[in-house]
Design a protein. Structure first.
Length: 235
């Protein structure tokens, strides 16, 4: 299994608050967010990792290049228009095997990711699995509605009312990349919209409920994440 990490966002909400540190380098639990996400992928035995970062903050790329990682790490330095295009930029490195996809600002326990993968790999007819949680800590959550078998039937506003939202990590078969051209033709502009597009086009996506996860979008989220990891013994 390979892993892809999306860390190419501009982190505008953090910047507007007066924090100049690029979001991937904000320390949480004693290490930068990007380092913790890489370590999470290594913990679940990813054979290689591809990370996309933007070219607006050279410090992030420098941080990744100047360190030695236990598994091969491919670095893409590119400012993309949106999160969907960030995923598509990872495609050349991930299109030959099932892969784990992580977002840099999701904070979770390592055991949560491990349990998610165990369940995702057990879904025989799935082309993708989304970690979903009942803990809603995002101002713009992506709602998820599932049937009795946990197959996703709706995403976004169409999924309301639902107790679940996405948690920021995913497991996909590489055939989702066959929809790149179709998604661009539809003028889709975000990863969340692409996931809805896959569901609409008949892809078998499942939701796997996981324990509490947090998103780091604002300064107050940093302390929330610190408390969460301390309480979990992972700081």
């Amino acid at each position: 299994m390979k892993a892809g990490i999306i860390a190419a966002g501009k982190g505008e909400r953090i910047l507007r608050s007066g924090i100049s540190t690029p979001k991937p380098l904000i320390p949480i639990g004693g290490e930068p967010l990007i380092a913790r996400v890489i370590r999470a992928a290594i913990h679940v035995k990813a054979s290689s990792i591809t990370c996309i970062v933007n070219d607006l903050n050279p410090a992030v790329a420098d941080y990744l290049r100047l360190r030695t990682w236990p598994v091969p790490l491919e670095l893409i330095t590119k400012t993309t228009e949106n999160s969907m295009e960030s995923l598509f930029s990872l495609a050349p490195f991930l299109r030959d095997t099932p892969f784990l996809l992580l977002t840099v600002d999701a904070v979770f326990q390592f055991k949560t990711l491990k349990r998610f993968l165990e369940k995702a790999r057990g879904l025989r007819d799935a082309q993708g699995a989304l970690a979903v949680t009942r803990f809603i800590d995002d101002e713009k959550p992506l709602w998820v509605r599932m049937d009795a078998h946990k197959k996703i039937v709706a995403l976004g506003d169409d999924a309301r009312p639902s107790p679940y939202v996405t948690a920021g990590f995913y497991y996909f078969e590489p055939d989702i990349f066959t929809m790149i051209d179709a998604a661009r033709a539809r003028m889709i502009k975000a990863l969340r919209q692409f996931l809805g597009f896959l569901t609409e086009r008949g892809f078998s996506l499942y939701g796997i409920p996981v324990a509490k996860t947090l998103d780091v979008d604002y300064p107050e989220d940093i302390e929330k994440a610190e408390r969460f990891l301390r309480g979990a013994g992972e700081a």
